[in-house]
Design a protein around this ligand. Structure first.
Ligand code: ATP
Length: 320
């Protein structure tokens, strides 16, 4: 193995840059050449491939987003696309590829292996934290802290004006962010897609808390569970309280990565290159129980990651 390629794919996540930096510098440290592929699999198809140096990843450890940019590509999923992607890698003499991205990006790497004779390593990076095989994916911790910062600020207004705020956080298919942010932000209720909820029950709990003398509340909802505005409409028709809905949106994806994400990204980037150097392939690096691990990359499409429902029970207990 002489030349490795690195790309970021799917939604951007804070800490992707720290991972790129770690991959590039570890490879250079071991005497390998590194090529950066721009715009994920779309850029691979288009041949947007350039050599990277140590200075090219200087000053990026603290930057959100990804200097390589990212994209989603429907063309890559097709047989022709995968064949063309494999050809591009061969043309550039790339014999190993590090894919930094979400579960879809890992699936893409698995598919590409059917067409290309190369070694592949995956690095989990998505704010959704829904990738099986790792406790944390790069970007999740930063997204949680960004949303938490917003909720702490909203709480000041909620308290002062005696209002109920419904805060919608990201999480298309899961409640990882909502659960973590809700628990850390002391939310009165958390609605996530994995656990059935009942708005009438929410109303009852809200009434009870008002009777106990609470005059403001924060309710955190995952976008995949229900829209904040729908909860607002429902509560407004059944209560006299002042209800406000707030969608945090894409601000959760950006920003400077936390120390946790930078360290995780650096460790995973180093491990990915080291595993390639050991002759390993078709793995995803990750962290489990505080230890760095690797899992077969196919595991991502065979398993599903579930939220810790106990955390929801704890949040309910704390809202008494
Ligand atoms: P995020 O979790 O942030 O959405 P992701 O990596 O899951 O990130 P996707 O859009 O699902 O984002 O996947 C990124 C890209 O990976 C897709 O646009 C597509 O090009 C490729 N991809 C995903 N699934 C497959 C598959 N089954 N076969 C081939 N390529 C795939």
């Amino acid at each position: 193995m002489k030349r490795i390629g690195v790309l970021t794919s799917g939604g951007d996540a804070p800490g992707m840059n720290a991972a790129i930096r770690a991959v590039v510098r570890t490879a250079l440290y071991h005497g390998l050449e590194v090529y950066g592929i721009r715009r994920g699999y779309a850029g691979l198809l288009a041949g947007e491939i350039e050599p990277m140096s140590s200075p090219s990843v200087g000053g990026i450890i603290n930057r959100g987003g990804t200097i390589l940019r990212t994209a989603r590509s429907e063309e890559f999923r097709t047989e022709t696309g995968l064949h063309q992607a494999a050809q591009r890698l061969t043309q550039h003499g790339i014999d190993a590829l590090v894919v930094i991205g979400g579960d879809g990006s890992m699936r893409g790497a698995v598919a590409l292996r059917q067409y290309a004779d190369l070694r592949v390593m995956g690095i989990p990076a998505t704010i959704d934290n829904d990738i099986p095989g790792t406790d944390y994916s790069i970007g999740f911790d930063t997204a949680v802290n960004t949303a938490l910062d917003a909720i702490d600020k909203i709480r000041d207004t909620a308290y002062s004006h005696e209002r109920v705020f419904i805060v919608e956080v990201m999480g298309r298919h899961n409640g990882f962010i909502a659960l973590e942010v809700g628990l850390a932000g002391g939310a009165e209720a958390i609605l996530i897609p994995e656990v059935p909820y009942d708005l009438s029950d929410l109303l009852r709990r809200l009434d009870e808390s008002y009777r106990r003398g609470k005059h403001s509340s924060i309710i955190v909802v995952a976008e995949g569970a229900v829209r904040a505005t729908d909860v607002q409409k429902f509560l407004e028709t059944h209560t006299p309280y002042h209800i406000r809905a707030l969608v945090l949106g894409h601000m959760q994806r950006g920003g400077s990565p936390t120390a946790f994400d930078r360290v995780l990204a650096t460790q995973l980037g180093v491990l990915a290159v080291e595993r390639l150097l050991q002759g390993k392939t078709d793995e995803m690096v990750g962290i489990e129980g505080g230890k760095l691990i690797t899992v077969p990359i196919e595991y991502v499409q065979m398993a599903t990651k579930t939220v810790d429902a106990r955390k929801l029970d704890i949040a309910t207990m704390m809202a008494i």
